[in-house]
Ligand binder design. Structure first.
Ligand code: SF4
Ligand code: MSK
Length: 645
């Protein structure tokens, strides 16, 4: 059995794991131990279950079967398995975008100034247009007359966005945001995404029994599908959320299990889609519920988040983050959570058993993600506030069931600053009224900033929790690389204090520190949730249009990394980064392709000739940093920029 300090570097996690062990509550680490040894064929990508002549396995040592019953070889099987993961990851992000696009059609009014629209008179249950500027920019991109009333624009925009999912021909509108040279590459390769749903369906079709056998062609179809997520579904989710939930601005918050409160009702939101959790924020401030909480002996209602729902409400409201992916069970193990409300994605089925060990009520809210035997309160955007209030009331009522002698909330909590969108970065660097990427480009050109890194993705119990994220990021900022983060990776680094402006003095190289001090930003910028990786794509496109750093995204001294990934969504993100020209390193275990030498070589070498980006795999954060920095330096050299020592 793995030692607790090998399981996580985070003290709050270690302490709560000890509690779980003492109380005999298994967690994902124990279940990983119980899975050992994991299937070697699966790890290598050499098991195929596509049809009922199988399952078939290819012998990686070349002694047994070299092909499945149908004749599919290792290259075909590994490529198909990988491609199907791209499709599922894209479908998850994009379906999220679809729900947000639908919610945009329900806006009833434009948000007014608080003074002219006192809190008491506002309709909490409504979705509002909170960023009119962004609404109009989006409308203009879709050819909608921006002189119309804002609510009408929102409805028309919603319709056009929903059409992007069912589009059969042409190209997704947001792909026009990419530099011309990038679009020409996609066009030449035939991988410009046409319609979001179409690309997912086509990828699933081509990977079914007896269709595509050419691993390179399978990967090309996979890239088109991934692009339909990055420049489609995810981008829609991000931009429309900004319009109807408000564009994030820099905000201070707190992170780690210590944000749970002993004297308050603790409601934890977990999952990905903020259209419900946003209403939970409002409902947690509802005077009626606050009074009920007092009546039940609680000092208040404390809302906290896990995973990307946490990032969404953090970015917009400074709501505390209880933890990242591997802390979801542990939040319940503290014994202090009255309700964990979940929506979709990254929610462990084990939560049901863990919650059953405590008074915690697990509540599902989305018909796409039900748990047997778990209470379900169906969320619809039309009844969003009502639903949120109903769920929080359950939590308040449940407070008196908390067993005080079983509560142990770790002390650890850390401050952080989040809320850095592409617009905020431009404003902070270029000035509020003349937001521009010029100063960022100049800083890269001069070498004060060596380059940019996107460090994203999940946790995985196969890796020491949070270790690779934080060590990689420390290595990068030490070498003057400005780090952009999303998802559980950002939460990991936040817990170590890296998302504070003060971190620059402690960890950053001289050039990066100078910039951070002058602008007042941390050396690690939190851009939001997993769908907000699309913010990295648009920021990179702005960098190109600003000039001086090449003509294509692949010219920028930049690299991406998912150091502790676990989700299929991470694979999709990796593919839309690579297909957009970004060199991308995957940590943890490489995605299951190593059983095919041809496919592995293609993804880590030859594909760069074709799309300008490629994958690499590394098992330590130091190695990941070395690879990324070497790539950044290679790109600096190609641009004739002076080397950074
Ligand atoms: Fe086996 Fe081919 Fe069927 Fe896969 S598609 S299970 S390799 S027969
Ligand atoms: S929540 S996809 S564990 S980052 Fe987006 Fe975290 Fe990965 Fe889920």
């Amino acid at each position: 059995m793995s030692l607790i300090k090998e399981r996580s570097i985070d003290r709050a996690t270690q302490e709560t794991l000890k509690k779980a062990k003492k109380e005999n509550i298994p967690t994902c680490w124990d279940r990983l131990d119980a899975q050992q040894p994991q299937c070697g064929f699966g790890l290598l990508g050499l098991c195929c279950t596509v049809c009922n002549m199988g399952p078939c396995r290819i012998d990686p040592f070349g002694e047994g079967a070299a092909a499945g019953v149908c004749g599919a070889n290792a290259d075909t099987i590994a490529a198909r398995n990988l491609a199907r993961k791209i499709a599922t990851g894209a479908s998850a992000h994009s379906d999220h975008g679809r729900d947000v696009a639908h919610a945009a059609s329900l806006v009833t009014k434009v948000h007014s100034h608080p003074e002219s629209h006192p809190e008491g008179h506002r309709h909490h249950h409504d979705y509002e247009i909170l960023d009119i500027g962004k609404l109009k920019l989006l409308a203009a991109e879709f050819g909608i007359d921006t002189a119309k009333p804002e609510e009408q624009i929102a409805r028309e925009l919603s319709k056009k966005l929903l059409e992007e999912f069912g589009r059969q021909e042409g190209e997704l509108v947001f792909t026009k945001r990419a530099p011309l040279k990038r679009r020409e590459i996609w066009k030449k390769l035939g991988i410009t995404p046409r319609g979001i749903d179409r690309e997912v369906v086509e990828l699933l079709h081509t990977t079914t029994m007896g269709v595509d056998n050419d691993y390179k062609n399978i990967i090309a179809t996979g890239m088109r599908c991934a692009l339909s997520d990055g420049w489609g579904g995810s981008m829609i989710a991000t931009d429309v959320q900004d319009v109807i939930l408000g564009s994030p601005e820099p905000v201070r918050g707190k992170v780690n299990l210590g944000v749970l409160k002993e004297d308050q009702v603790n409601i934890v939101v977990h999952g990905h889609e903020p259209i419900l959790s946003e209403m939970a924020v409002k409902a947690s401030r509802d005077p009626e519920l606050l009074k009920l909480a007092k009546d039940k002996g609680a000092e208040g209602i404390n809302l906290a988040g896990i995973c990307c729902t946490a990032n969404e409400v953090l970015m917009r409201h400074g709501i505390a983050v209880a933890g990242n992916f591997l802390q979801q069970e542990l939040a319940i193990v503290t014994g202090a959570v009255e309700v964990m409300m979940v929506d979709v994605q990254c929610i462990m089925p084990a939560l049901h058993e863990v919650a059953a060990c405590f008074h915690t009520k697990l509540i599902t809210t989305n018909s796409k993600a039900r748990f047997p035997g778990v209470s379900h309160v169906e969320f619809t955007p039309e009844k969003a506030y009502e639903t949120a209030k109903q769920i929080i009331r359950v939590g308040v009522e449940n407070f008196s069931n908390r067993k005080k002698d079983r509560v142990n909330i770790p002390k650890e909590e850390m401050d952080l600053v989040a809320g850095f969108t592409k617009e905020v970065v431009a404003q902070m660097l270029g000035g509020k009224y003349r937001g521009t990427y010029r100063p960022l480009n100049e800083a890269i050109i001069s070498g004060r900033i060596r380059g940019l890194a996107g460090v994203v993705g999940c946790n995985n119990p196969k890796q020491t929790h949070d270790f690779a994220h934080t060590e990689l990021v420390k290595e990068l900022i030490k070498k003057d690389v400005l780090v952009l983060q999303t998802g559980c990776s950002a939460i990991a680094c936040a817990k170590q204090g890296l998302l504070l402006p003060e971190a620059a003095a402690q960890y950053a190289g001289n050039g990066l520190r100078e910039i951070c001090d002058a602008v007042g930003i941390p050396p690690v910028l939190h851009l939001g949730s997993c769908v907000d990786n699309s913010r990295i794509l648009t920021a990179a496109s702005h960098i190109i249009s600003e000039g001086g750093l090449g003509e294509d995204l692949s010219d920028i001294p930049a690299a991406g990394c998912a150091p502790e990934w676990m989700s299929e969504k991470a694979i999709t993100i990796g593919f839309y980064f690579v297909a957009s020209g970004v060199y991308t390193v995957f940590g943890a275990s490489p995605f299951a392709v190593l059983g095919s030498k041809n496919l592995t070589h293609y993804l880590t070498h030859d594909i760069e000739e074709i799309v300008g980006g490629r994958f690499d795999f590394a098992d330590t954060p130091v190695k990941m940093a070395e690879l990324m920095i070497a790539h950044i330096d290679k790109k600096r050299k190609a641009l004739n920029l002076k080397p950074v020592i």
